[in-house]
Design a protein around this ligand. Structure first.
Ligand SMILES: *[C@@H]1O[C@H](CO)[C@@H](O)[C@H](O)[C@H]1NC(C)=O
Ligand SMILES: *[C@@H]1O[C@H](CO)[C@@H](O)[C@H](O)[C@H]1NC(C)=O
Ligand SMILES: *[C@@H]1O[C@H](CO)[C@@H](O)[C@H](O)[C@H]1NC(C)=O
Ligand SMILES: *[C@@H]1O[C@H](CO)[C@@H](O)[C@H](O)[C@H]1NC(C)=O
Ligand SMILES: *[C@@H]1O[C@H](CO)[C@@H](O)[C@H](O)[C@H]1NC(C)=O
Ligand SMILES: [Cu+2]
Length: 575
């Protein structure tokens, strides 16, 4: 009898043994110590041209199709394949991150984004936060081109989501085809999912990729490192894995009686660059250009190189700086993009580790450890190679901020609401949810001053769709408690700010962040003054499309866990 039962009992026994240390339903996690660093080569993502080249080399408008597929992706030599959601021109070529889309300034592109995802998500989400959902099932997705200047219908509005084969669509869905005029200046953008309440999980699953806008006439004379070998994208994010290779996102919230799954910040154990955990790259002893995108949900990175080499910043987010700025260490918030030159010919060593020492959450959280303190390794060839490139003294001239007279001043206050036990419940802008009527209605073609007031404990990277901004001033409040008291009593940013409550010292903006930006870190306890422009950067003219159309745009915190719950507000341009 016993013997007969055993074959049946045995798997059950194994199952319950495995269950013993996974009592919270989260499964056994891979310790980062189990993943040897610097064993996988840094991948180069496939490139997709968002233009066609006619006879004679003339680039013209193109139509491309990019799908979202569920497939397996290998994040590390010693990790079983991971089920992911990947972008690609086909299932076979889909990658995490997705292909790098290459566009040319002024050449419009039409991108059809297709959802080929199965009915069920691979990660848990939370129905108690405002979340896109279809009664027919399916995974709602919508793509936002971060840094793009394009009409509202192509902006990937959070409620313009769609499921597989467009079987269901969200209330502001307009068309499966996004129109990107590519009228922004040459620089770095990225595309990623933006579905209401699912952005954090859809990005964790892999729905992100980089997008470069080039202008050969303006950029070739700069003589910066170029071409696929020397001009590289580094898309950085952090992820945790279970021992079976699957992505890990905690299915229990930190405040489960209010939000069963939502947690205020996702931090992964492994640092992944271009889809490989702690990769290595063999480099020649010469200059390279790295466009580093922080595609983490919540992790900040303060990058430096272990051998002390400097980074020379040539751009920040999607714009060139006026002149190069050298630094040995720099801070990148989620969704910020650094554009740096590293000259390996100056290295005294044969390798350099790209390292990170930003506490998490930034700035008051845990220090980094030997795992999340390392990002990737450069292995530097022994002998110098010929290097015809240089770092010019001047890069690109943009009209100075003073040239934009602001016609309106607004105050944007960031609030975090906590439960009785001190756990975050949700975060709001101006104490309003996403569904409250629109209050930010800039006039197209104008510039505005926004005072962004951070009343929370965290650094919230603010992202404004469509509008580019310059940080004019950041002031550290002398008496944050007094200011907070005023704000909590009155929710009157204007009254509290202009009254006697906002004394403080000015803190310089780092030189490498003084350009026109898409995202900026709003330091806790600071009032940050930005100039946002809702017109074309170079000419100051209105956009070459109807920016006042429905469904409008949004602005939000780019910590995805905050954006989803629900640190995001509508932004509607008016004529
Ligand atoms: C994509 O390929 C994977 C196998 O790699 C398969 O499981 C999946 O069903 C495919 N998806 C589609 C939409 O064909
Ligand atoms: C998941 O989150 C809960 C609540 O914050 C926590 O108690 C638990 O330790 C977490 N589980 C893992 C595996 O991190
Ligand atoms: C990446 O962005 C996240 C959130 O947007 C931020 O917390 C993190 O510090 C950033 N990391 C780097 C390296 O910039
Ligand atoms: C924020 O809004 C809630 C609900 O409308 C209200 O109860 C609360 O007093 C507001 N807080 C502030 C600081 O205005
Ligand atoms: C908001 O303020 C908190 C401290 O009060 C700080 O930790 C956090 O970084 C600030 N966020 C931003 C975006 O500045
Ligand atoms: Cu935030």
């Amino acid at each position: 009898m016993m013997i007969k039962l055993l074959p049946f009992l045995f798997p059950l026994l194994l199952f319950s043994l495995a269950g013993a240390n996974v009592d919270d339903g989260n499964g056994g996690l891979v310790s980062p110590a189990k993943l040897e660093m610097f064993v996988d080569e840094l991948p180069d993502m496939p490139k997709v041209k968002a233009f066609r080249v006619k006879k004679g080399g003339v680039p013209v408008t193109a139509r491309i199709t990019i799908g979202m597929y569920q497939k397996k992706w290998k994040f590390h030599r010693d990790l079983p394949p991971t089920t992911v959601f990947a972008f690609g021109t086909s299932n076979e070529t889909a990658t995490v991150p997705g292909p790098t889309i290459e566009a040319i300034q002024g050449i419009p592109a039409y991108v059809t984004w297709e959802n080929h995802l199965p009915p069920e998500h691979i990660l848990p989400s939370d129905p108690t936060i405002p979340t896109a959902a279809s009664r027919l099932g399916g995974v709602p997705t919508v793509v936002h081109l971060h840094g793009g200047i394009h009409p509202p219908a192509s902006d990937g509005h959070s409620t313009a989501w769609f499921t597989s084969s467009f079987r269901s669509t969200g209330p502001s869905f307009v068309s499966p085809v996004s129109f990107y005029p590519n009228v922004q200046e040459p620089g770095n953008l990225w595309y990623h999912d933006h579905a209401m309440g699912l952005t954090r999980v859809n990005l964790l699953a892999g729905l992100l990729g980089s997008y470069v806008v080039r202008n050969p006439y303006l950029e070739e004379p700069l003589n910066l490192p170029s071409g696929p070998r020397f001009d590289r994208q580094l898309v950085v994010f952090d992820r945790s894995f279970r021992t079976d290779g699957s992505l890990f996102l905690n299915s229990t919230g930190n405040n489960p009686s209010i939000h069963p799954q939502w947690q205020p910040e996702y931090f992964g154990d492994a640092i992944v660059v271009n889809g490989k955990a702690w990769p290595k790259l063999h480099v020649a002893r010469r200059k390279y250009r790295f466009r580093i995108i922080n595609a983490s949900n919540a992790r900040f990175y303060r990058f430096h190189l272990s051998n002390g080499l400097t980074f020379v910043h040539v751009g920040s987010d999607n714009n060139y700086l006026y002149k190069p700025v050298a630094s040995t260490k720099f801070l990148l918030a989620p969704s910020e993009i650094a554009d740096v030159i590293v000259d390996f010919s100056r290295s005294t060593t044969d390798s350099a580790v790209l390292a990170n020492d930003a506490p998490y959450p930034y700035p008051t959280g845990d220090p980094t450890d030997e795992f999340n303190g390392k990002v990737m390794k450069f292995i530097i060839r022994k002998h110098k190679t010929m290097d015809p490139t240089e770092i010019p003294r001047r890069l690109m001239v943009h009209p100075p901020p003073a040239a934009h007279r602001a016609v309106k001043t607004r105050h944007i206050a960031m609030y975090e609401f906590e439960s009785a036990t001190g756990e975050p419940i949700h975060l709001l802008l101006n104490n309003k949810t996403f569904d409250d009527p629109v209050t930010e209605t800039p006039k197209e073609g104008t510039s505005e001053i926004w005072y962004v007031i951070n009343l929370t404990e965290d650094n919230h990277p603010l992202h404004v769709h469509l509008g580019l901004f310059v940080v004019l001033e950041q002031k550290e409040l002398e008496d944050l408690d007094e200011f907070k008291d005023c704000m909590m009593k009155m929710n009157d940013a204007v009254g509290c700010h202009l009254g006697q409550h906002a004394r403080g010292k000015k803190v310089a903006v780092p030189k490498y962040e003084r350009g026109w930006k898409n995202v900026f870190k709003m330091m806790p306890g600071y009032v940050t003054k930005i100039l946002v422009r809702f017109s074309m950067l170079k000419t100051g003219l209105a956009y070459p499309f109807d920016a006042t159309a429905e469904p409008g745009y949004v602005y939000h915190c780019h910590i995805l866990d905050h954006e989803d719950n629900v640190m995001m507000r509508p932004l509607k341009l008016i004529a």
